[in-house]
Unconditional design. Structure first.
Lengths: 111, 117
């Protein structure tokens, strides 16, 4: 069963912040976040592991709430380059690196 | 850098044809995956392989088969292509987890957009 992402789409002005959520009904070991630009391959952003700390680099960070089986991706002071579709991929306990992806969140950053 | 390549970026086939999509990775990864990507549905796993000659069904294996004769190459086969298999196909690879759980991610190829007429 695919994890549920919200929102499905969001439009931001440059400099604004956004939060993308990913929820699963299954017990998770890890959550992987990717960004895909139109016509390109998904590009890995970060992994959140069970029992791990909140991750982040520059103005993109993420958290993993193990009790709720939910992860959130935080984009602060958005830039035009942040535009794309964001996917979460969830790995279940004992999943062996098999990921189940959400349906994606389309993010568009405008001037 | 990890490199995953796919044989074609665009492919047009006719209904009933046998179609081969090839994927090659150069990082000696044990795991390889085939996904299809459709608008509003995200990436859905078709098949995956943990080792040479090993394969497991993903979430939507119907109408597809796979072959992995060499570690670096994973092929997706559409035995008799149908119009509902028109889609973007993405291949990915990842190293084997050190134990039951992974700390590494999957690396994707550029995708093959297949159109079945």
């Amino acid at each position: 069963q695919q994890p549920v992402q919200s929102p499905q789409a969001v439009i931001l002005r440059e400099g604004e912040d956004a939060v993308i959520n990913c929820s699963s009904s299954k017990a998770l070991y890890s959550v992987h976040w990717y960004r895909q630009k139109h016509g390109e391959a998904p590009v890995f952003l970060m992994i959140l592991l069970k029992g791990g700390e909140q991750k982040g680099h520059e103005k993109i960070s993420a958290s993993f709430n193990e009790k709720k089986q939910q992860s959130s991706l935080y984009l602060t002071a958005s830039q035009l380059s942040y535009s794309g579709t964001y996917f979460c991929g969830t790995e279940r306990m004992g999943g062996g690196n098999k990921l189940t992806f959400g349906t994606g969140t389309q993010l568009k950053v405008e001037l | 850098d990890v490199k995953v390549t796919q044989s074609s970026r665009y492919l047009v086939k006719r209904t009933g044809e046998k179609v081969f999509l090839e994927c090659v990775q150069d990082m000696d990864h044990e795991n390889m995956f085939w996904y299809r990507q459709d608008p509003g549905l995200g990436l859905r796993l078709i098949y995956f392989s943990y080792d040479v000659k090993m394969k497991e069904k993903g979430d939507i294996p119907e109408g597809y088969s796979v072959s992995r004769e060499k570690k670096e190459r994973f092929s997706l086969i559409l035995e008799s292509a149908s119009t509902n298999q028109t889609s973007m196909y993405l291949c990915a690879s990842s190293p084997a987890p050190g134990d039951s759980y992974s700390t590494d991610t999957q690396y994707f190829g550029p995708g093959t957009r297949l159109t079945v007429l």
